[in-house]
Design a protein around this ligand. Sequence first.
Ligand code: SF4
Ligand code: SF4
Ligand code: FES
Length: 325
Amino acid sequence: MPVYTFRIQRNWKTDQGTLESHYRDYTLDVSATTTVLLALEEIKSQQDGTLTFRQSCRSAICGSCAMKISGRTRLACKTHVGEVARDGVIVLAPMANQPVIKDLVVDIGPFYKKVHQIRPYLDDGPEKAHTLDKSAYDQVNHVTQCIMCGCCYSDCTMLEVSDDFVGPAALAKAFRVVSDPREGQKTARLQELSEPSMMWSCSRCAMCVESCPKDVKPMEAIVKLRTRGMAKGFVDGPGAKHALAFHTDIQKWGDLNEFTLLQRTVGIMGAVAELGTAWHLLKKGKIPSPIPHTAQGVEELRKIYQLLEDNPIDVETKAKEVVPE
Ligand code: SF4
Ligand code: SF4
Ligand code: FES
């Protein structure tokens, strides 16, 4: 059997309460199809009983064993050693975007606090439908697979720079409720989701789609929520304004008018606040031209826009929407 090196980030709190950290190597003879979790259990039982990590179901169901494995957040019980070894080395670290408690264990409290921002029950109200059909089930089916493991939260690039962002799992859960025909307050929920730090804070980097072990595709849910929010008229925030500016420019010129994009996204005062950045860009010769550029073949684009306006498709789901009776 091949010998693998498990390079594990050891973390511990000092008596003063600060977090100390270093990497320690452990070698193990295991087959390439051994799971990372089994390897960790072996290391703990045979080499170092102080090594700390979470686990429970061993079947990719409970979400406990999520950790950074060779740079990406994965479930240790679902990941084979051979898949993630680089030159025989597997690097393990705790999940990101959450406070580390010890070794590979993080405090999942902040993650759950965000998830709890989304009311987990269906509200009664005027938008409640009384019939269900398969298409309604199809649009939320994959979202219901979420096991709250936090892999998406750990790999989310927006959470790296903004603690306030509610995060991909919470938004996937919100989509699940908003898309349920039995939800009676869809519009009110979309209004809440249009607030700062909610659906428009996502940068659409797709890391949550990549890292989700259950194929929930949170980013797709976020995009659908945005479409629904805009369709309900929630277009006052910078995110929606930014999207509308793109829509207008591409229809008009086939290209972005980047010179005015910032002002159309955040307003004149917001643009004034960015004058320092503009000055920096000017010095580097990177200020875009104020004269809009018309792309070659823009007439074809306009025809596509016209076709879409004449034959609107359901961009939210590409499936039949169940409407309230
Ligand atoms: S797509 Fe959005 S929610 Fe998903 S990881 Fe990127 S920033 Fe986070
Ligand atoms: S969306 Fe996927 S990665 Fe995120 S918590 Fe749910 S199952 Fe885990
Ligand atoms: S131990 Fe439950 S998901 Fe891995």
